[in-house]
Every structure is written in C-alpha cells, then in structure tokens.
Design a protein around this ligand. Structure first.
Ligand SMILES: [Zn+2]
Length: 245
C-alpha cells in the first residue's frame, strides 16, 4: 500500500522516472528480479539466474512498485542507465563523499559505490580543478536529539530572486523564504519567523556569507541563545541534495 509513496519520495524528476521504468522493463536481469520477488526466492542462491545472484543477500529489502524495483527506499537502476546516473550525480562536480551520500539515499545497484568513486577519480574537470576538490573533507555531523535543535541556513538565487533556505539536521525538513533583501536584517527577520514556528535552535550552521558574519547576525545569535558556526562544506553537501536528479 505504501508502494506509490516510494515513487513519490524519490528525488528523481518525472521524465527520468519514465525512462527508468522503460529501461527496467527492457532489462533482462531486472525482469528476472521482478519475477523472483513476485514468486518467491529460492533457498540457495545457486538456483537463481546468474544476473540475480548479486541481489540474493538483499532479497528481503527488495520490492516492486510502479514498474520499478526498490531496495528499501532506493530505486534499483538497470545496467543501461548506471553510467548516466553517475554523470547526473556528479554533474556539479561535487566531491566523492557528497556524490556517494546522495547516491546511497536514492539509488542502488551492485558495486554502485566503487563505480561512482572510479568515475569521479577519472573526472577531467575535477582533475583540472586540482586535488583540493577531489579530497573534499566531509565533516560528519551528529544527528541532534530533537527537531530544530540544529539547522543550516543558506541563501540561493532562483530566477533573479533571493531566497533563504533553512534545513533541520534532525529531519532534513526544509523551509524556504523569499527575501526582499539579502541584508542581515532581512535574513534575521525571516529566521525569527521560522524559529517562532519551529523552536529556537541551539546551533545554526551557515557559510561565511556577509549576512551571517555581520555584527548584527552575531548579536541576533547571542540574543537568541544560539551558537552560530561557520561551516562551508555543509552547504556544499546540501546543494547537491536539493537539486533533483
Ligand atoms: Zn568532476
């Protein structure tokens, strides 16, 4: 009954989903998996078609919905589309850990991790940009204990309009506000409204944009009892995540 939701929650654009569906229908291994999922798995993996054997160890996590195969909430990608999906994942030339994180959230195929890594290591653009980009250090953020205890804030521009986006680390819930001005006071005004609705965070993570490094913003933080931290990599990671595949 939740199967329709699985598709709705995928951060994958409709046309690409349609293509996935068609390729899944044409792919021999995908069809064999579908048949096994519907009819039941054999006791021993030797009794499977050879293409399905790599999926035996995750057989309990596999399901079918809308003509697609899922491993949990991740969609299984047929072979003909894997290269294209890696290219999409790496379209912004984000580092390896960002791409892998994003891939693991919504995509699956056997050896996906190493194929993504190999692709990025060979990427000419990343190479030309130097090793700094490739060795992007990813600071692990601990998941806070409650919603809205720790949030990330950043600005972005869409169709020449400025927006403030606030992300909750606990739930990944995001709030987007249209900004009439990108000054500290403009940003603070919107933040106050969000914090009034969701609660005051203990920590606000931002990049070092001028809105966030001003005295005014520091005072706001102090007054509202939050410690503001500067952490650029978080923002990079989130940018990768927001963009639809
Ligand atoms: Zn690259």
């Amino acid at each position: 009954m939740e199967q329709v939701n699985l598709v709705d929650h995928l951060p994958i654009a409709r046309p690409l989903l349609e293509e996935l569906k068609q390729c899944t229908a044409k792919d021999e291994v995908m069809q064999e998996i579908q048949a096994v999922v519907m009819n039941g798995w054999p006791m021993r993996q030797q009794d499977l078609p050879s293409g399905v054997i790599p999926y035996f160890h995750i057989r309990d996590e596999l399901s079918i919905a809308n003509g697609l195969i899922f491993r949990g909430e991740r969609v299984v990608i047929p072979k003909s589309m894997r290269q294209g999906m890696i290219e999409r994942l790496h379209a912004s030339h984000l580092g390896e850990s960002s791409c892998l994180k994003r891939a693991r959230e919504c995509l699956y195929w056997p050896n996906m991790n190493s194929e993504v890594k190999n692709y990025i290591q060979r990427c000419d653009v990343c190479r030309a940009m130097g090793t700094r980009q490739q060795k992007e250090p990813l600071k692990q953020h601990e998941i806070p204990e409650r919603p809205w205890a720790k949030v990330g804030a950043d600005l972005f521009v869409l169709d020449s309009r400025d927006y403030l986006v606030i992300t909750d680390y606990y739930s990944n819930f995001i709030e987007v506000d249209y900004l009439t001005t990108t000054t500290s006071s403009g940003v603070i005004h919107k933040m106050k409204a969000q914090f009034a609705r969701h609660g005051i965070p203990e920590e606000v993570v931002t990049d070092n944009g001028p809105q966030f490094t001003s005295d005014e913003f520091a005072k706001f933080g102090a007054k509202w009892n939050s410690s503001t931290q500067l952490h650029l990599h978080f923002i990079l990671r989130q940018m990768g995540k927001w963009k639809m595949l």
